[in-house]
Design a protein. Structure first.
Length: 193
């Protein structure tokens, strides 16, 4: 079974004809490391499924990049605000590793929902997952110390710590890189004791 259909099958049941209809609207794309998929001011009219690699989205505030989230293989991404409202995105989406992905565009998705309603449920489940992830991140940033945020990240998302440069991790955790370096040094020192 195609890797995209496997991801969908983890959430909903669909038949072979419905699966074929979904596959027919996919567009394969490769993105090189540091290449952008979306830049601020452009309308996001697509949803992607990451086959391999890693992307991040970030904002630019006061001339500084602020990382919002990381997405890895078998992950779904869209700038839902831009996608739903058809307004310019405030996000920049960049590959942190060479990526392979499938893209499907909004007109195709809307047609799929009309023709095969089973996929509307899938869309809702993904949207719920996005909302929950945003809520967890907000709660972490609001309620946890820098060190607690980092320890939680290590525990819950080890891929981030293993594969993402520290400057982006620091930005994601809403701290300066030197603060993260101090935390990492302190934690590695306490492990040796």
């Amino acid at each position: 079974m195609n890797v995209v259909l496997k991801s969908i099958a983890e959430r909903i049941k669909f038949n072979e004809i419905e699966g074929e209809a979904f596959l027919n609207m996919l567009h394969y794309r490769e993105l090189k490391r540091k290449e952008h998929l979306l830049t601020e001011g452009k309308i996001c009219d697509f949803v992607i499924f990451i086959v391999s690699g890693c992307i991040r989205y970030y904002y630019i505030k006061d001339g500084e990049e602020r990382t919002g989230q990381f997405f890895f293989e078998n992950g779904w991404f869209s700038d839902y605000q831009s996608f739903i409202t058809e307004t310019p995105s405030q996000l920049n989406v960049q590959a942190l590793e060479d990526c392979e992905m499938y893209i499907f565009y909004k007109p195709d998705l809307l047609k799929l929902y009309d023709d095969w309603p089973v996929f509307e449920r899938f869309g809702r489940l993904i949207a719920e997952q996005v909302i929950m992830a945003m809520m967890r991140k907000y709660e972490n940033l609001t309620n946890l110390s820098y060190e607690e945020r980092y320890l939680k990240l290590i525990k819950e998302r080890p891929k981030v710590v293993e594969r993402i440069p520290l400057k982006y991790i620091a930005s994601y955790l809403n701290m300066k890189p030197e603060s993260l370096s101090r935390i990492r040094s302190r934690l590695s020192g306490s492990k040796k004791s």
